[in-house]
Design a protein around this ligand. Structure first.
Ligand code: PDD
Length: 276
């Protein structure tokens, strides 16, 4: 596993992070996850733009230009010799004696490149189980921040209930999954939660919406409830890691007959064409 820290490529399993690292102590940083298909980073420019926006939203100055980060990633992919992989990179406010105030040091960029986590084939042809749970996160979920404790707790809760994902509910409406965006198809219209500070602007989400428009699927970015989700004809999750993943059930209530629907399958097929 390739790692990158202090400006050098290392074995990711041997990297040591100083105790006084702010990502470590405060979750004071931002991150991205990018997929590598056939040795090529997928939608990298969109991820880099989002990294810059997340950093700027927390007043963090990136230690490298986006161009330099791109070079670091491309070189890392080469060194990893992996065809299909997952790049994780984060920028934190650096290393300084623990103090809540911003330190006067430069930000730290670190990266790992590992074989991509695989979602089982069965999940794609049967759809996955989900639960709903209260969205207990903060007011700025549009920032891809390292602070993921509520997301971690929600995902584990789903797992404890034999489900793949926890769908978060805020004031009666679906925001997003613990690490995914949520879509419903009802009467041939595709619904997804609108972009506000309540959700991450998913890069998969954005590209799936573009594809839907190209394929003449009616799209509505509009908030919906758990009941609406369950009463849909189809539903799916999107993320860099899962691409387009059909939802079979929500809180053990099966959506229609549970099997992935035609629009879900069409969008997943078209999405895969983007990197095939
Ligand atoms: N998660 N919403 C949340 C809260 C997320 O953490 C993610 C991504 C998404 C989907 O975004 P995108 O399509 O840009 O990957 C939505 C990443 C993969 C993770 O934390 O591992």
């Amino acid at each position: 596993n390739i790692g990158f820290i202090n400006g050098e490529y290392i074995n990711a399993d041997e990297a040591v992070i100083p105790i006084d690292e702010r990502g470590h102590q405060f979750g004071d940083g931002v991150y991205e996850v990018v997929k590598i298909y056939n040795s090529l980073p997928f939608l990298l420019d969109e991820h880099l733009t989002r990294l810059k926006e997340s950093a700027s939203a927390i007043q963090l100055k990136l230690p490298y230009s986006l161009d330099d980060i791109k070079k670091i990633i491309l070189e890392g992919i080469k060194r990893s010799e992996l065809l299909n992989a997952e790049v994780y990179f984060q920028v934190t406010r650096g290393i300084a004696p623990r103090n809540h105030l911003f330190p006067n040091v430069s930000a730290s960029f670190t990266m790992t490149i590992k074989p991509a986590r695989k979602v089982s084939e069965q999940s794609y042809y049967k759809g996955i189980k989900t639960i709903t749970t209260k969205d207990e996160r903060w007011a700025n979920c549009h920032i891809k921040s390292l602070n993921l404790l509520p997301n971690v707790l929600a995902k584990q809760k789903a797992n404890n209930e034999e489900s793949y994902e926890a769908i978060l509910i805020k004031d009666g409406y679906v925001t997003e999954g613990s690490s995914t965006n949520v879509f419903v198809v009802k009467n041939n219209t595709l619904y997804t939660t609108p972009l506000t500070n309540n959700i991450l602007s998913g890069i998969t989400r954005k590209n799936v919406l573009k594809l839907a428009q190209k394929l003449d699927v009616e799209v509505l970015e509009k908030s919906f409830t758990t009941e609406f989700l369950i009463s849909g004809d189809e539903a799916f999750l999107t993320s860099t890691t899962v691409e387009v993943l059909p939802i079979r059930s929500v809180n053990n209530k099966v959506i229609l007959n549970g099997d992935p629907g035609p629009i879900t399958k069409l969008l997943h097929e078209s999405f895969r064409q983007l990197y095939a």
